[in-house]
Design a protein around this ligand. Sequence first.
Ligand code: ATP
Ligand code: MG
Length: 240
Amino acid sequence: MIEIRDLHKYFGALHVLKGINLNVQKGEVLSVIGASGSGKSTLLYCINGLEPVQQGRVVVDGIDVHAKGTDINRLRQRLGMVFQQWNSFPHLTALENVALAPRIVKGKTRAEAREIARRQLEHVGLGEKLDAYPSALSGGQQQRLAIARALAMEPEYMLFDEATSALDPELVGEVLETMRMLAEEGMTMICVTHEMGFARDVSDRVAFFHQGVMEEIGPPEQIFTAPQSEHTRKFLANVR
Ligand SMILES: Nc1ncnc2c1ncn2[C@@H]1O[C@H](COP(=O)(O)OP(=O)(O)OP(=O)(O)O)[C@@H](O)[C@H]1O
Ligand SMILES: [Mg+2]
C-alpha cells in the first residue's frame, strides 16, 4: 500500500504540493486529474523518490521513501513508471530494451532476461515486434514497449504520467486498452491522465488536484456526476 501523509513539496519558493493525504490500496486504480501545473506529475515523482520533499512522508509497503538510509533503487523496483514520452534505447531491439533492466538490475541471466522480455512484449501485444528497433515502432507501440519495460521489473505498482497525451489520437486507444488490461489483472495503478473516459471507466477512485491541493477524491460516479467542489465542476465543464 502507498501512504501519503501531509506531503509538502516546494520548488524554491513555489509551494507545489500543499499537504497531500492519500492512501492507495493494493489492487486499486486511482486516476489523478486536474489542470496543468496543479502538481500531478510532482506527486508521482515524490512517490518514487525522484523528487525530495520538504514536509510529510510517503510510505510504500512500509518503506519510508524519503528517509535517510532507504535503498531508493531497490524501492523503485516496486514502482514501475511510464512517462508521456519514453525514450527507449534506439540501438537496441524491443526485446533487448525490455531485457536490459532484468539483466542489469535484477541480475537475471541473459536467457532469463530475454524470456521475461518476450513474455512482457507478448503481454502488451508486441509479440510480433521483438526484433524491431524503436524507430520502426508507432508511437502507440513505443508506449506499449515502455509499459513492457516497466513490467519486466515485476513492479507492485505502476505510475503513469499522461502516457497517452503525446500520441496521435488514433494511437491513444491501444495504449489505454493495455492500461485497462493491467487494471483488470489487478495491478495497482496511479494514472495521471487527461482521458476522462478512462478515468471514469477504469478507475476505482478519481482524485482532482487544484493548485497543489487534492480538492476532491471519490468514486468516478461521484466525481463526474456530483462533484462537491466548485473547482472540480469548472474543470470538468471545460474538459468535456
Ligand atoms: N523541476 C522543477 N523546478 C521548478 N518548478 C517546477 C519543477 N517541476 C515542476 N515545477 C512547477 O511545479 C508546478 C507543478 O508542476 P507539475 O509538473 O507537477 O504539474 P502537472 O499537474 O503535472 O501539470 P501538467 O498537466 O501540465 O503536466 C508547476 O507550477 C511547475 O511549473
Ligand atoms: Mg504533468
